[in-house]
Structure formats: C-alpha cells, structure tokens
Design a protein around this ligand. Structure first.
Ligand code: FAD
Length: 552
C-alpha cells in the first residue's frame, strides 16, 4: 500500500481546511490537504465574508483577489431591505450591512465583502497553487485514523480508482464539516440542540428580477408575509439569485417546481424562474465537548455549528484555521511549546460559545416572528402596522447587520499563553459600538500608518513587540538577546507616537502572529515572557530543544 508522509494532514477543503493550509503554506510548512469532492466550492452557502476574514486575506496578500471576484463589483451596496413582498411595501432598511463599503475607515483596514462562499473558496484554492509546500489531493476520502507513538496514521481512499493509501503525519486536523469523521474518531460529541428551524436554500435564475421592484439594490430582501417569510437576494452573475424560506412548517417539501411557484407568489413578481437547486437545511446549535485528542484537532463546522444569521460560521472557522496554523507551525519549527497547542481549545471554545448565543439571538427574530395579521392590508391600519413592525426591525436587527463589536471586539478565552489582565472580557453584542482594546486576548487595535499601510502590515510573521516610546539602546539589546536566546521570532516596532500610546494603553505591547495581544506592560520582563507566550509554561526555565518527532 502506498504510504505518504506530511507534517500535517488536513481533512476537508472547505473554507476552513483551505485557510489552515494557506496559513501553514505561507509559513513554508509542508502539509497535505485531502478532499473527497473533485473540487472546492459546490455548495452556495455563505455570502458574508467578515472584515476579520478579509484582514487575514490581506495578510496572505490576496484581499485584492477577493475584491476582483466580487460578482457585482466591489462597490455594490450591501443594503438589507425589509419588505412585505419584493413587489409590495417596504418596512425598514439597513445601509452598508456588515461594513462592506470599500471606504477607508479608522477602525479597520479591510471592509467586509458580500460574495458567494464558492467564489471565496476558489480564491483560497488558487492561492494554494502558489504555495509549493502544500499538496492538495481531491477525490480522496479519509476512512480511519489511528494515533501511533510518534504521530497519526490515516487511511485514505482515492475515489478515482478505489485504491487505499496511508498518510503518516505528526498532526491531523479535521476540517471535515458538520458530519466530521475525524470528530467521530477522537470520540468527541456534539452537544446542543438539533432542529431549531427547517429552511430551504434555493438557487434560481431570473433575468430582469433586479429591476422588477422599486426597493433599489440590496444584498438581501427579507420578505415578511403570510405566504412564506423568506430572504431573497442576488447571488452571482448571470441573474443568479438565492431564495431562503425560513422556519418552513413540517410537512412542506419544496421540489424545483414548487420552489419556482413559491418565489413567484411571495415576491408578487411574475417572471420565468428557473430553479437550479433546492436544498433543505436545518438550523441547529452544537458545540463539540472537546476539540482535540493528542495530535488530532477539530476546526470549523466539525466542532461548532449554529444558525447562519449574522454570518459567523465560516468566518469563525477560518479564524480557527489561522489559530491552529500558526501554532502548529511554531511547534513544527521547534519554538512553540505544548501550552501553545493546549491554548487552541482554551481560547477558541469559549469564544465559539458566545458567538453561538449571538447567532441564536439573530435566529430568534426572523420574518416568521415579525409577521402580524393585517400587515399587508391597504389603508391606514395596514400602514400603521407596517410602521410599527418597521420600528421594531430598526430597533432589534442592527444586532445582526451592524455586528462590528462582535466581529472585531471579541476577546479570546484566556489560556496560559496570554498574560491576562483580569477575567476575560465578555463578547459585546452586535448593534453597539466597537471599542478597540489592547487588553491581552483582544485583537490589536488597527491604525493607519500612512495612506495605504496599516499597522498590521508592519507586523512580523512571528511575534511583534510594539514600543510606543523610544527604547533605550540597552533595553533594545536585551530584548533582542532574549529573542535570540529563546529562538522565538520577534520583530520590534518602535513607534514613539502618542496616538499608539493612547490606543494601546502601555509603552510595550507584545502581539502574536494572529494579531492578538499576548501581553502589555511598562517594563520588559525578560525571556520568560517570550517562553510563556510561545507555550513553554509560566515558570519554565528554558525552552527544550525541538521535538524531533514533529519533523516528519
Ligand atoms: C444557508 C447557509 C448560509 C450560510 N451563510 C454563512 C455566511 O454568510 N457566513 C458564514 O460565515 N457562514 C455561513 N454559513 C456557514 C458556512 O457555510 C459553514 O460554516 C462553512 O462552510 C464551514 O466550513 P468548513 O470548512 O468547516 O466545513 P465545510 O464547508 O462543510 O467543508 C468540509 C469539507 O470536508 C469534506 N469532507 C468531509 N468528510 C470528508 C472525508 N471523510 N474525507 C475527505 N473530505 C471530507 C467535505 O467534502 C467538505 O468539502 C452558512 C451556512 C448555510 C447552510
């Protein structure tokens, strides 16, 4: 039997597996990505790529590639409009939902983007082709996993010819989605609630629909009516749209023909509707009881699932891939210690739990809950009811569409590799104001350095130490010596400018490769700090030599 070896085996080339492979490949690490489909991007699911995801794309040098892939141009307005029916009355509207407008903003260096998931995946896959250390094998399915003394042995079937081969790796990551085989093999269980609602994702073609109503361009029109509360919106070029009836009653099944009839009825617009696909999906909320066993990890939908309202699933999963990517990379390079790998679950799981609450709250106020008898009536009583429901939407739904406090204001769960300043900050709710913070665990606040460069662009691939004052030469020399002695990659940025001091709240700030603050303070504490944030424990004396078993 053929036997391949790779330091990291990634199962699943959805957005999460692709992100992890890019993070590893950008750092020059070998990894093998297997995917049972014959290509990426089958399912038209996510459309919201958050600011934070695009910030990762910027770091990888491909944010502009995603912009070029925007189906309607990057300037297409990301409005969300509430109507009774597309052909009828408006109820409320939100401009620039998710902060997609491509304008300069002092709070972030990348705007969000409305783009089908399969187009994002295509951009990520293309990036992989530029990374020689990453090998991708499509039409290959993971069958089973065995942990062996010095790594993981995986059985994989090549679906093109039925042949089975073995992959030996130091680490295995299951980015294999909600029905994860990897999750099964490590004995992790999903805990939560199945079946919060039954919904459909219908993709259809309708030339002329964009101009057949008077609500102007938008990314989503939420229809609140008695026929079927639903979301509808343009999805791609060639007049491709999506239609998503929500909380569909049990017993109602939609085939292609019925889906077309329902689109016509709920919109009130009589056009030829060519239904391309009609898939049922069930909203659930689940989190795995653990994300790791030994050298095997879970990421993305394999360990957290929730309703897609607010667009958190894929975006959080991509961030999982980034988190695991730099940490596995550090361990493979020998400067990352065991606590770094332990920190993955400690930091991500509490965050996932809080974001799941946010997504569940969004799911709790769909068109189904907004519908009122008489909402569509002509005359003053119908108009008064529409004003009332419109006011409620304007009051309650900014939480979902203006979610910057959640997308950028989250703080990682505290682990041993973050030097905490008190208990972790709770996740802010969507709809409020994002207040950047440089507290350890938070995302380093963004600053424009000049016209085009963001502070993030100056960070190194390893840790970055920001000094907001001039460093005396002997201190600078000491820090450099500590970095040299520990072998931990450190870039020092001297930025003696009051705006950094005010925003970052300390003279010295240590930022991780994922742009999160690990520590801040007034006095450089020495090499022990570097060892700690790199995962060698709090009181540890010296980083042990690299574990050769990681060097498969
Ligand atoms: C209607 C809808 C709308 C959504 N909208 C959004 C949104 O706007 N924003 C957002 O962030 N999220 C959204 N989501 C969620 C998002 O689609 C998922 O969170 C995301 O796809 C998860 O990515 P993943 O890589 O973890 O898993 P997946 O995308 O499921 O990828 C897993 C991959 O693993 C492969 N695989 C599985 N088992 C094996 C095996 N044994 N061997 C080899 N390969 C295997 C599969 O073929 C698949 O390609 C939405 C979801 C739905 C249903």
């Amino acid at each position: 039997m053929e036997c391949l070896s790779s330091p990291v085996l990634i199962v699943g080339a959805g957005p999460v597996g692709l992100a992890l492979a890019i993070e590893l490949g950008s750092r020059g690490h070998r990894c093998l990505l297997i995917e049972r489909n014959d290509r990426v991007g089958y399912a038209p699911r996510a459309k919201t790529t958050h600011i934070r995801t695009r910030q990762h794309l910027r770091r990888w040098g491909i944010a502009d590639k995603l912009a070029s892939a925007a189906p309607f141009g990057i300037d297409y307005p990301s409005n969300v409009v509430y109507v009774t029916r597309l052909a009828a009355e408006g109820l409320a509207r939100f401009a620039d939902a998710f902060n997609c407008a491509p304008v300069r903003n002092d709070l972030y260096c990348e705007h969000a983007q409305w783009i089908p998931q399969y187009r994002l995946e295509e951009v990520l896959r293309t990036q992989l082709t530029t990374l020689p250390s990453v090998q991708v094998r499509f039409s290959c399915e993971l069958l089973s996993v065995t942990e062996v003394a010095d790594g993981v042995s995986s059985q994989v079937r090549d679906l093109t010819n039925g042949a089975t081969f073995e992959v030996r790796s130091a680490f295995l990551v299951g980015a294999d989605g909600s029905r994860s085989r990897v999750r099964e093999t490590i004995g992790a269980r999903m805990e939560g609630t199945h079946g919060l609602s039954r919904n459909y994702n219908i993709v259809f073609r309708a030339p002329g629909l964009a101009n057949a109503h008077r609500h102007g361009p938008a990314v989503m029109y939420w229809q609140v009516n008695s026929d079927m509360p639903s979301l509808i919106g343009p999805m791609d070029r060639d007049d491709k749209w999506f239609f998503m009836p929500t909380a569909v009653p049990q017993g109602v099944r939609l085939n292609d023909q019925e889906a077309g009839t329902l689109i016509r009825r709920t919109t009130g617009i009589d056009l030829p509707y060519e239904v391309l696909s009609a898939d049922e999906w069930v909203a659930s909320r689940f989190i795995a009881d653990r994300y790791r066993r030994g050298r095997v990890f879970l990421a993305g939908d394999a360990c957290h699932l929730h309703p897609p309202f607010g667009g958190y699933g894929m975006n959080m999963g991509i961030a999982d891939g980034v988190d695991l990517g730099w940490k596995l990379g550090a361990v493979l390079e020998g400067w990352g210690g065991p606590a770094l790998l332990e920190s993955y679950e400690m930091e991500r799981r509490p965050l996932h739990q809080q974001v799941i609450e946010e997504a569940a709250a969004n799911h709790g106020l769909l068109g189904n809950q907004l519908w009122r008898e008489g909402l569509e009536e002509a005359g003053s009583s119908g108009a008064a009811l529409r004003r009332e429901v419109g006011a409620m939407i304007s009051r309650e739904k900014p939480r979902e569409f203006h979610s910057l406090p959640v997308v950028l204001g989250y703080c990682l769960g505290l682990s041993d590799v973050i030097v905490a300043e008190g208990p972790p900050l709770p996740l802010p709710k969507g709809g409020g104001t994002y207040r950047p913070s440089a507290r350890p665990g938070c995302l380093a606040p963004h600053v424009w350095v000049d016209a085009d460069r963001a502070l993030y662009d100056l960070f190194g691939p390893g840790f970055t130490l920001i000094s907001t004052t001039d460093l005396p030469p002997q201190v600078l020399g000491r820090i450099r010596a500590d970095a040299g002695e520990t072998g931990i990659p450190l870039r020092i940025l001297e930025l003696p400018d009051t705006r950094y001091g005010a925003l970052y709240g300390a003279p010295l700030i240590l930022v991780r490769p994922d742009q999160h603050v690990a520590w801040r303070g007034a006095i450089w504490p020495g090499a022990g700090l570097l060892r700690r944030v790199a995962g060698w424990g709090v009181a540890d004396g010296k980083a042990p030599a690299a574990d050769v078993t990681h060097r498969i």
